[in-house]
Design a protein around this ligand. Structure first.
Ligand code: AMP
Ligand code: ZN
Length: 732
């Protein structure tokens, strides 16, 4: 007795080429269960094949049409049930198959022989069929692809073009597939480009670059081309190149075989005429439009640097050993998908202080609750109060104030002393002294009186009611900036204009700060958040207001006598530095500094060019003002404690107001009833300060700051270990 085994290899027309060669599908057509059918069922299970059983020819066809089985086993022993040969013929005629192979199997219900039979079929005959099927599926994908595809032999004779190629290039296949037609070339390509391409491909290397292809109407079209030579079996040379959506595959004989398939000839007819394709209706029209959009995208000559980086890595991957290629895969994944400069915080269970600080300082709004509009009182700009117009020049500074500023060039200078001596106007006095030390008036060609007025009006626009963001903080940042500007490496890299810009930026960097964070302003729908689209709200305001105040009145316009271009350069530098104090960009600035400055400096003997490159000078200035701005954890312990108390108080006041106004509480840990200040300082230092100052110290050499930072950190730790929440231990 014999059974018919019909091996039908169905062709998937799916363009995404989802030919599954892993799980084989088997259809058993047996009118009744018996030992033979049971053995085949068992064998399928054992071999890991998926098995369906049909009892009638109709059920078999229905099942086959649904699942496209790879193997059909029909019971040919009892013609009274059904005609197996007719069923075979039907399978031949109905399915879109690459091939159908029929074999006979002599009845043997031994399970192992059924199993062996299946395995043999799977490994023998079927393998080749599967390869053919895969080839066919790939070919189908090429035909259906919206990318234009060209296949040519090694000597540039066209072997194949797909319908999309016809559409884009305007040729008809028939014209190109005539004997010995060469790939059309545009004269706009430099001759050495074509030589370079061929020599590259001959060496087995991929080529990628901009290439002019020639369309049928004679136009040259600029395309971004990638050509990959692929060496095939038996000395065949397969080359592949993707060019602005044109995949050119210089290929071997198997391509010609594919072209001879009558089915494809038929399909070719349908797409030979571009006009007929486009006039076929809206689908065809939109696909045509997509072709040209894709072509435009591919031929974009303006490439973002990240695209170049990704292309370079892609190219490096091809010639890299497996572990390197895999590592590069991970690199690409990060480059393509990740916010590059923001470290990813772990889970929410991590330290709530860190979470809140990060949430509070590193996010803008975009979490605004509706119905919670909060408009800050429209602000009247401050004018210089009468009692502050006293100091006429440096020489007129009262001795008690001058005395407190004697050691202003030391890192341990006590800004709070100056705050009390000046009745909360330390910025004007310290500004006069520091600006004079750096010769700012000479640089700006401005009278000292103008500088004084400017300092006064800027200081008047700081809010003395803020516990932290008041003019003492600005004076502190100015002090730190001046200190850093005296460091050798900093001096080597910055020009006088950079120094002046840094001093001005430090002075104005928080002007008119409302004592609330960006997130708060965005959540509250404040006027400023609306004006600046919830983006770098405060920093944009500080920079803009500083220039408004300065240029509004000649009396305090320190830029008045500057040459226009110099003013523009200075203005740009000041704005850039003020914006750099925005904490959402913290890690971006620090990482860029480390990658572009710290690391190259550590690797090179000669560092002049690194220090003075314009793009690096910008990074140095940003890092300088950032470090000055949050240098309070590196100040002597008593000063550091005072700053921690002030910033905590400002955060507490914000939380109070958020609760009162029914706004989202941005930093819930900063609740005056529950907050552990030591913990918050530990988190702030751990997350924002340590790495940044390590990098800055490596550049500018600041052992005293690092020592203070270490001491201060230990201090906060010791309080925390004693479970204390306050700034200081209770008195003995
Ligand atoms: P700025 O508003 O320009 O002073 O930016 C610095 C940011 O760091 C501000 O949001 C401050 O609230 C924050 N900050 C500065 N010092 C501390 C500190 N000791 N603890 C917590 N946050 C701080
Ligand atoms: Zn600040």
């Amino acid at each position: 007795m014999t059974l018919s085994l019909s091996l039908s290899l169905s062709l998937s027309l799916c363009v995404c080429v989802c030919v599954c060669v892993c799980v084989w599908q088997v259809l058993l057509v047996f009118a009744k269960d018996d030992a033979q059918s049971n053995s085949f069922c068992w064998a399928c299970e054992r071999a890991g094949f998926r098995c369906n059983v049909a009892r009638t020819p109709e059920a078999a066809l229905e099942s086959f049409q649904e699942k496209n089985h790879d193997l059909i086993i029909m019971d040919h022993r009892h013609s009274r049930y059904f005609d197996a040969e007719a069923l075979c013929r039907y399978v031949y005629s109905t399915c879109v198959c690459v091939s159908v192979v029929t074999q006979r199997y002599v009845e043997n219900s031994n399970m192992m022989s059924c199993y062996n039979e299946l395995i043999q079929l799977h490994h023998g005959e079927i393998r080749a069929q599967i390869k053919l099927r895969a080839c066919n599926a790939v070919f189908t994908a090429l035909e259906q692809s919206q990318e234009a595809i060209e296949i040519s032999s090694e000597d540039q004779i066209i072997q194949y073009v797909n319908p999309a190629y016809e559409c884009i290039m305007g040729y008809q296949r028939g014209e190109l597939l005539k004997e010995n037609t060469e790939v059309p070339k545009s004269e706009q390509n430099k001759p050495d480009l074509l030589d370079n391409i061929s020599s590259c491909l001959r060496r087995g290397k991929e080529w990628q670059g901009v290439y002019y292809a020639k369309k049928k109407n004679g136009d040259s079209v600029q395309q971004n081309v990638k050509m990959t030579p692929v060496v095939g079996q038996g000395g065949w040379c397969v080359r592949e190149c993707v060019c602005s959506g044109v995949l050119m595959c210089r290929c071997c004989g198997c391509v010609s075989d594919i072209q001879q398939s009558s089915k494809h000839k038929d399909r070719r007819k349908g797409s030979l005429d571009v006009r007929s394709t486009t006039s076929r209706g809206s689908d065809a029209g939109s696909s045509q439009r997509r072709h040209s959009s894709m072509a435009r995208i591919h031929s974009m000559t303006i490439e973002a640097p990240i695209t170049k980086v990704i292309n370079i890595i892609n190219a490096a991957q091809e010639s890299s050993p497996m572990p390197v290629a895999e590592a590069l895969d991970r690199v690409l994944e990060i480059l393509r998908t990740t916010e590059l400069y923001s470290p990813q915080l772990g889970t929410k269970e991590e330290d709530p202080h860190t979470n809140d600080l990060v949430g509070g300082l590193m996010t803008d709004g975009l979490r605004r609750l509706s119905g919670n509009e909060y408009i800050l009182a429209t602000k009247q700009l401050h004018h210089i109060p009468g009692h502050l117009t006293t100091p006429l020049s440096l020489n007129d500074i009262p001795p008690c104030i001058a005395q407190t500023m004697e050691n202003e060039d030391s890192w341990d200078f006590d800004i709070f002393n100056l705050e009390s001596a000046t009745m909360k106007r330390p910025l004007t006095y310290l500004g006069l002294k520091i600006f004079s030390r750096f010769g700012v008036c000479e640089f700006l060609s401005c009278p000292e009186a103008t500088l004084r007025s400017w300092l006064q009006i800027i200081e008047a626009n700081y809010h003395s009611s803020n516990s932290y963001h008041n003019s003492t903080h600005a004076a502190d940042v100015l002090h730190a900036t001046a200190y850093f500007l005296c460091k050798e490496r900093v001096k080597q890299s910055l020009d006088p204009i950079d120094e002046v810009a840094a001093l001005i930026a430090a002075t104005v960097h928080d002007v008119d700060h409302p004592g609330r964070t960006n997130s708060f302003l965005c959540n509250a729908g404040s006027e400023l958040a609306i004006l600046y689209n919830d983006t770098a709200v405060l920093e944009s305001h500080h920079a803009a207001l500083a220039f408004q105040i300065t240029t509004r009145d000649d009396k305090c316009n320190i830029f008045k006598n500057m040459e226009r271009n110099e003013y523009r350069t200075l203005r740009q530098a000041v704005i850039d530095m003020v914006l750099a104090t925005e904490m959402t960009k913290h890690f971006e600035h620090v990482n860029k500094f480390v990658n572009s400055i710290n690391k190259p400096l550590a690797a090179l003997e000669e560092n002049g060019s690194i220090l003075t490159a314009p793009e690096n000078r910008i990074l140095v200035k940003r890092m300088l003002i950032k470090c000055a701005d949050i240098s309070n954890p590196c100040r002597p312990l008593e000063l550091c404690i005072e700053w921690a108390g002030r910033i905590s108080e400002e955060y507490f006041a914000q939380t109070d107001e958020e609760k009162q106004q029914g706004l989202p509480v941005v930093m819930p840990v900063f609740d005056r009833n529950t907050c552990s200040i030591p913990k918050s300082q530990i988190s702030f230092i751990d997350y924002f300060i340590t790495d940044m100052f390590d990098a800055w110290d490596a550049f500018a050499d600041l052992p005293n700051l690092m020592q203070h930072l270490d001491n201060n950190f230990k201090y906060w730790k010791s309080l925390d270990e004693k479970k204390l929440h306050s700034l200081r231990p209770p008195p003995e």
